[in-house]
Design a protein around this ligand. Structure first.
Ligand code: EPU
Length: 422
């Protein structure tokens, strides 16, 4: 039923007002997985109310943890769990369940998950997760699409990641906190979500140093206690809203944001002619709607321009006069929004992993398909400035990353409606 959700957007209204940004999905997911490491109760605050979070809660329950979920607070008691196998039907609903491997192995010496398939943004291998766990002393068997890992006890190791994978860094950090001895992870991811996970683990008594830098040093401890922790604000939601305001020529104050997590994005918005004032956890975005092309946007691991904002930013560039160049270096198939933006009148040519965006004076409403959550958000943004009505189909993708996106935009004056079909 949800797959038939559609969002209809009438273009032409500048966004105005104040909005509070919710907690970060990509920080909440690993932190909820990490609650399995604790021998006490964990209370996690500011968890966004999203489909992927509900799947993670279901997985924790299926493993035998007792979980109270009253958004935005999740209380997990994982003192005793009854199984170490992640049920396949839940695993299939969310790729990120792969990082249950680290905590299950660390605390229970066994984990069984099904291998996640590719997805619409690329093939998404997990070799770095598996190589790292093997270096920590896990033996890994793959049979019939299942990955079975076991160990007598994990031990510290020196690991170097070929690419600074966010998920692999998180998985290995969670595995290493209870390992015997010291683990060093070189070429680690430096995303704010990595720092949030490290802060959470340290709150429980772990010893993780260097989070936010490219080398993590983790000294194994005997056990972790419970604790209370609040998730950081979602930088991708904040960035998406900032882009939306810029496109519509609006004036919006974003609350519960960390502008310092958005350095590359704010630089590009300013280059595009947008005025941004920042405080410690607040940000005002103002634009007269007269945008300029941006010479080059190149996605890269943090602190580079986030791949998760590439599609929304391309929606903006599609109406910025001049030629902009967008290079996607993180995922190989993350240009599915291009054909849909072109249906709305955008002028974009793709050559392998580079898009050449020639800004057009206006977009026109059309029926378009969201292929993944960020592509879906980008199409809604395009609809906000298009002439007439845009209908974004497969809008359930958007709900994976933005809590009540339509309501959030309506609160700022946008004419956005959800059309549900049964
Ligand atoms: N990679 C490998 N081998 C691995 C793991 C990754 O080659 O074992 C490659 C990937 O193929 C990709 C690159 O490394 O080319 C980066 O992937 P990464 O592992 O960093 O991504 P992820 O952990 O799977 C997280 C976010 C994504 C976000 C990326 C990049 C979560 C739950 N997901 O994915 O978020 O795009 O980092 O920042 O944290 C989204 O929210 O829309 C989303 C897709």
């Amino acid at each position: 039923m949800k797959a038939l959700d559609r969002i209809a957007v009438e273009g032409g209204t500048p966004l105005e007002g104040t909005v509070r940004v919710h907690g970060a999905k990509n920080a909440a997911l690993p932190i909820l997985a990490a609650t399995l490491l604790a021998e006490g109760v964990c209370v996690v605050e500011d968890v966004p109310d999203l489909q992927d979070i509900r799947v993670m809660v279901d997985i924790l329950r299926a493993l035998g943890a007792s979980v109270d979920y009253s958004p935005p607070v999740v209380r997990v008691d994982a003192r005793r769990i009854s199984r170490t196998e992640v049920p396949e039907e839940l695993m299939r609903q969310m790729r990120s369940s792969i990082f249950l491997m680290g905590p299950l192995l660390a605390r229970y010496c066994h984990a069984r998950v099904s291998r996640p398939g590719g997805c619409t943004i690329g093939s998404r291998p997990i070799d770095l997760h598996l190589k790292g766990l093997a270096a920590l002393g896990a033996s890994i068997d793959e049979v019939h699409g299942y990955i079975d890992c076991q160990t007598r006890r994990l031990h510290g190791a020196a690991i170097y990641l070929d690419t600074p994978s966010v998920g692999a860094t998180e998985n290995l950090m969670m595995a290493a906190v209870l390992a015997e001895g010291t683990t060093v992870i070189g070429n680690a991811a430096r995303e704010p979500e990595i720092v949030d996970l490290a802060n959470f683990l340290n709150r429980l008594g772990a010893r993780v140093e260097g989070a936010g830098e490219d080398t993590l040093v983790i000294s194994g401890v005997q056990g972790l206690i419970g604790g209370r922790y609040a998730i950081i604000p979602d930088r991708i939601v904040a960035g998406t809203l900032a882009i939306a305001v810029s496109m519509t020529g609006g004036d919006v104050t974003l609350e519960n944001v960390r502008p310092n997590h958005l350095g590359a994005v704010l630089t590009k918005l300013r280059e595009g002619g947008v005025e941004i004032e920042t405080g410690r956890d607040i940000m005002r975005v103002r634009s007269d709607g007269k945008l300029r092309a941006v010479e080059q946007v190149r996605t890269a691991p943090y602190p580079g321009f986030p791949t998760d904002l590439q599609a929304p930013f391309m929606a903006l560039l599609s109406v910025a006069p001049g030629m902009s160049i967008v290079a996607e270096t993180v995922f190989e198939e993350r240009f599915k929004h291009v054909s849909e933006l072109c249906r709305m009148g955008a002028n974009i040519r793709v050559d392998l992993r580079t898009a050449f965006v020639q800004g057009v004076p206006r977009l026109t409403g059309a029926v378009v398909q969201a292929s993944d959550l960020r592509a879906g958000a980008a199409l809604v943004l395009a609809g906000l400035v298009a002439e007439g009505t845009t209908v974004v189909e497969q809008a359930h993708h958007i709900d994976r990353g933005y809590q009540q996106f339509d309501e959030m935009l309506r609160g700022l004056g946008a004419r956005v409606r959800r059309l549900s079909q049964s």
